[in-house]
Ligand binder design. Structure first.
Ligand SMILES: O=C(O)C(=O)C[C@]1(C(=O)O)C=C[C@@H](O)C=C1
Length: 422
């Protein structure tokens, strides 16, 4: 897969003056840093409520101020394609097809950092932030999680987090892992950096299509663009289709379709949903091109407040922890705390410890060793309302230097069935 970093794609989708933005309401522009102090205060209160309701973790459940105030890092999810101008030059000719193209000025445009101002007025409809543009799978996940919600597109994952923190949205729905492509690491890092709570999960069958402008045939294609996860999920099938062309990463699948349509790129295909094809006036060249028919992405729903954990239905709990002791025994002890209580783990993920990425270990006889430091994310099948889960975390707290409950929430029990996602 070829992934070219080029901010011009994002510029096209967010600040192109020719795009008439239709927002559900007007937001005044303010510098984001002005908003931070009030935000930190409000969220601190919610967290302490949750801690007391769980009656555990009273002494250690704090993120360092450094983590909270660390600078915004948008590099992780912002790879992009060549600029519109360059693409047009490569493309070099005008479409002769007279196919009616849907009126895209009616679609909501993604929020950007500049749009984040606090507390707009809103009605009773739940506002749900997602990363991408209309037609993205994240939009479908928002609709599955909250039917009839107002889905708010955001141009970065970070913006979706901030939209909830600043009361522009009530929830964010973000992908965390895919059955073929694996974890979406960026969102694990952001879960730690922000103070939102996981309040639910949805699993969405992801059915990819190869989209091109009307009249374009496979033989005309010199590249395929999409979200890196979508490219990874279709890698083998693209090769089987004889598409040994350049593959380039963009911010989201539907954004890829929009980009091809907006720039009339007749040498470029996008991997996206059938709904994206409808929205951006593209034709479906191939349907169901994911390498596995049961391709599923798991999304989590985030809110400012945690939900009260219950025991009358299956719950999952997500935690993150770090330790400052040497050796592998801490991880073993943490896992044992769950195993002894018959609590199943559904996921474990490690990420670099950003504040302390490396630990030096001095040994007078042997020299100085360097160890990488990690944050460990664990999902387990139990509710924080269950005594066994509370006891497991009390025990884990004994040998970890940092422990935070990201959320205790109902499991998505819908069976994984291959289906169309449009
Ligand atoms: O690009 C999109 O449409 C998204 O919603 C993002 C995303 C992802 O981040 O994994 C979501 C589901 C699919 O796995 C592919 C892409």
């Amino acid at each position: 897969m070829q992934s070219i970093s080029n901010p011009s794609f994002k510029t096209l989708t967010t600040t192109d003056p020719s795009h008439h933005r239709r927002r559900s309401r007007n937001y005044s522009l303010r510098v984001l840093s002005d908003l931070r102090p009030s935000l930190a205060g409000g969220i601190g209160n919610c967290r302490s409520d949750f801690r007391s309701s769980c009656a555990i973790l009273s002494s250690k459940v704090f993120l360092s101020q450094q983590q909270q105030s660390s600078s915004s890092d948008s590099a992780g999810d912002s790879s992009s394609v060549s600029s519109a101008a360059a693409a047009a030059a490569v493309n070099g000719h005008v479409s002769l097809d007279l196919v009616p193209v849907p009126d895209q000025s009616l679609l909501p445009k993604p929020l950007t950092i500049a749009d984040l101002s606090p507390a707009p007025m809103h009605g009773s409809c739940l506002r749900v932030a997602y990363q991408g543009v209309p037609g993205a799978y994240s939009e479908a996940a928002a609709g599955k999680a909250y039917p009839n919600c107002e889905a708010i597109p955001c141009d970065q994952f970070e913006v979706a987090f901030q939209a909830v923190e600043l009361w522009i949205a009530d929830r964010a729905v973000l992908p965390v892992e895919n059955s073929l492509g694996g974890s979406i690491h960026r969102n694990y890092d952001l879960l730690l950096r922000h103070r939102l709570h996981i309040v639910g999960e949805v699993q969405l069958p992801v059915h990819h299509c190869l989209l091109a402008l009307p009249g374009v045939r496979k033989e005309h294609l010199t590249r395929v663009i999409s979200h890196p996860q979508a490219l990874a999920q279709c890698e083998l099938t693209l090769t089987k289709l004889g598409l040994n062309v350049a593959r380039e990463a963009v911010d989201d699948t539907a954004g890829a379709a929009e980009f091809v349509a907006a720039n009339n790129l007749r040498d470029t295909a996008a991997i996206a949903s059938a709904r994206a094809a409808d929205l951006y006036g593209m034709q479906v060249l191939a349907d169901g091109i994911q390498d596995d028919s049961s391709n599923v992405t798991r999304f989590v729903m985030l809110a400012r407040e945690p939900i009260i954990p219950r025991t009358d239905r299956p719950f999952k709990t997500s935690i993150v922890f770090a330790h400052d002791r040497e050796g592998t025994s801490v991880l073993f002890k943490v896992l044992s705390a769950f195993a002894f209580r018959n609590i199943s783990l559904t996921k474990i993920e490690s990420r670099p410890h950003r504040n302390r990425p490396i630990r030096l270990v001095d040994d007078a006889n042997v020299g100085t060793a360097k160890h990488f430091e990690y944050m460990f994310y664990v999902d387990f099948e139990a509710s924080m309302a269950e005594v066994r889960a509370q006891n497991a975390l009390s025990e884990i707290q004994e040998f970890t230097s940092f422990l935070r409950v990201l959320g205790s929430y109902p499991m998505d029990m819908t069976p994984w069935a291959p289906s169309r996602c449009d």
